[in-house]
Design a protein around this ligand. Structure first.
Ligand code: TA6
Length: 301
């Protein structure tokens, strides 16, 4: 049982601090006692816990905190490319491997919510992979029992560019065999385990009995992770992200993924709000923003 490291106050707080592996980041605490840790490495939300200290977002038991390697778990930012859907050789782009800068040092007490904003500006390293001038700004905000995240991309170049993107969220579940994802019935998806063949999901919910890796297209904006193993559901409300990837590596892939515990697949599933089917196109000077709000609904016995 994780106990809260923060005194119970009504004020939400945000503190810049040193996190795992000696990496810089911020700790957020909402007025209702929920907490989160956000790393400057990748502008990576690595944890979100409720007031009792229960994980809502999953972090691998073998996560590595050594840049440039991405942190396994939390909310990796896939930008400017999701998976291999784009010109970059790097799976999921580079945003999750880069060091982001704090915007407005986050030492703050705020009645409304704890929040941290980080920025990534094009550099020689990013230009080598993707020859464009851009500014990406990520904000994580705890508002009571909700987590709000948003990503804004501005084209600071003289020419247009396009990208694909995902909030690759790892949700903690009590028991994968009883968990499911609701809201994708009749949605079309590309099956990444079957040559990205296009299929239609006729099931009432996505359940997990084997590896699942699907890119759902043009889904509804509200999806739910049903997690009876923790007597709760997690409601995802996404904005400007028409697609959603659903993933669980199951046994084999978990064994072959060094920064995942062998049995970790039983304790998480990913629902990744994304824009993949139609890349986002930005003219010079233009800006685009997306986001998601996560909210826990407790099941009453
Ligand atoms: O989003 C699902 C996926 O693209 C899977 O195919 C799997 O590769 C997963 O992402 C994890 O990717 P990573 O590069 O973090 O190991």
């Amino acid at each position: 049982m994780v106990t809260s490291r923060f005194p119970r106050t009504t004020m939400a707080t945000t503190r810049a601090t040193t996190l795992e592996g000696g990496l810089p980041g911020a700790r957020l605490r909402s007025a209702t006692g929920c907490t989160s840790e956000v790393y400057r490495h990748g502008a990576h939300v690595a944890s979100w816990r409720d007031a009792e200290g229960e994980d809502i977002i999953f972090l691998s038991s073998r996560a590595v905190f050594k840049p440039p390697k991405a942190i396994r778990g939390g909310i990796p930012l896939c930008f400017p490319q999701f998976s291999d859907l784009g010109p970059l050789a790097q799976q999921h782009g580079f945003a999750r491997n880069e060091q982001w800068q704090h915007v407005d040092p986050p030492d703050d007490r705020d009645e409304d919510g704890a929040n941290v904003t980080m920025r990534l500006v094009a550099s020689d390293a990013t230009r080598a992979a993707w020859p464009h001038e851009f500014v990406a700004t990520f904000t994580a905000r705890l508002v009571g029992d909700e987590m709000h995240t948003s990503l804004t991309v501005r084209n600071t170049d003289a020419t247009p560019f396009e990208f694909t993107v995902a909030l690759h969220t790892y949700f903690a579940v009590g028991d994968i065999a009883r968990a499911s994802v609701v809201g994708l019935e009749n949605a079309r998806y590309l099956d990444s385990l079957d040559g990205r063949v296009e299929k239609t999901d006729s099931d009432k919910a996505v359940v997990f009995e084997r590896e699942v890796d699907r890119i759902y297209q043009n889904t509804q904006d509200v999806l739910t992770v049903a997690d009876p193993g923790n007597d709760r559901s997690i409601v995802i409300t996404k904005t400007n992200l028409p697609d959603a990837i659903v993933w669980n590596p199951w046994v084999e892939k978990s064994l072959n993924t060094s920064d995942l515990g062998d049995c970790d697949y039983k304790s998480f599933l990913c629902v990744e709000a994304a824009a993949t089917a139609t890349p986002v196109a930005l003219e010079p000077g233009a800006e685009w923003t997306c986001g998601q709000v996560l909210r826990v609904v407790k099941q009453t016995k």
